[in-house]
Design a binder for this molecule. Sequence first.
Ligand SMILES: [Ca+2]
Ligand SMILES: [Ca+2]
Length: 424
Amino acid sequence: LFQTQIGFSVRSDLFHREYNYVNISMKWTDAQRYCREKHTDLATFDSMDDILKLNRPSLVTPYTWIGLWDDPRAWKEGTLNDDNSWKWSSTGKSLTGFSNWAKNQPNFYKALEKCAMIDTSGRWFDSFCSHKKSFVCYTESTPPGQKTYTFISIVTTWDKAQSYCRTHHTDLALIENDLENMSALKHQSGFVWIGLRREPWVWSDGSNSSFTNWNTGQPDNSGYNDLCVVELDEHKWEDAPCIKEFVFLCYEGISTVPHRVYHYVNMRMSWADAQSYCRDKYKDLATFESMEDIQKLKRPSVASAQAWIGLRDDPKSWKETFGNATNSWRWSATEKPSFTNYSNWKDGSPKRFREQRYCSLVMVSGDWTEATCSQIREFICFDGKNLLSKHFLEYNKFNVTKKIHGQKQRQKSLTCVGQLSCGG
Ligand SMILES: [Ca+2]
Ligand SMILES: [Ca+2]
């Protein structure tokens, strides 16, 4: 008898957030640092469901920082290329080194100025996109490199100006150097639209959630410097100056699915003996909670066609109490049905009433089938006990680099893709 074990880690982007109010007053950036050190980050919200999870204790300030802000480095200083930076209509890209903002512009007046216009001397201002102005289109020569600017005297909103330019020319004016800036001015009078626009507000953790819960009349950028967001006691939001000291709301990203490492055991046992073996050597017989789990299930070539997994039917739940169990199949590791409601039964399975087939096998295809528990089969265990961490977060989702509270190392040591005899 020989034994082959193959382990590989399974990742899932299923996670949820737990919110923690911190009753210490700090500036927004200090609160951000605190949350990143002690928790995951300042609070991000994806939906009203997140808001409803909040349980606000009594706090030393009425305002509470959350993770939403309009990082000025991205749009005032142009030192960052972020989601809230100015972008050119024709390229979707940020300023390419050249800008010609007028003094004290852009100033995001009333938290509404998201479009840019140019004056008769070539200076740029941010303005209300809904205001009506003439505009400057440009036409790119073929091959690209030379831009021809055309002044259009029609007076309209930024969006309609953009549509017009895209129909009749290349796009609203793209201006990348001083010479082009002067060329764009020809025949122009007053303030006219150019092809620069931005979408304010970004989340501290890099999340792309577009959910907002603004209070009436907010944001208003009343102090011309209200670039960080607080929640009030009813969980409504307002913009406020980032240098004010308020209490704050952190969140903890919690994995709802542990990272699992599977171990294919090339010994033949009954389901119950396989369960004992897995519980002794690893965590339990294999649990699968997603298609991703199944897709990563690559068997060693020596494996037989079917192997026990941890799913078992409990006939008591449907034989003795009629109609009570909606899903009587339980995972060995939790003694519960799948909490993701994932299953991968082959067509026609499971058949309850035939031959007392109360245990499950995974086939080469990855589909599951049911069998009599006393059959002698190879099996798949999983490990992941230590990976059920409160601090784990699927960071890939956010595409940002942050520390993973020591989980990365542990995860690595259990991941031995394609190697023999790992784990155990
Ligand atoms: Ca302005
Ligand atoms: Ca405000």
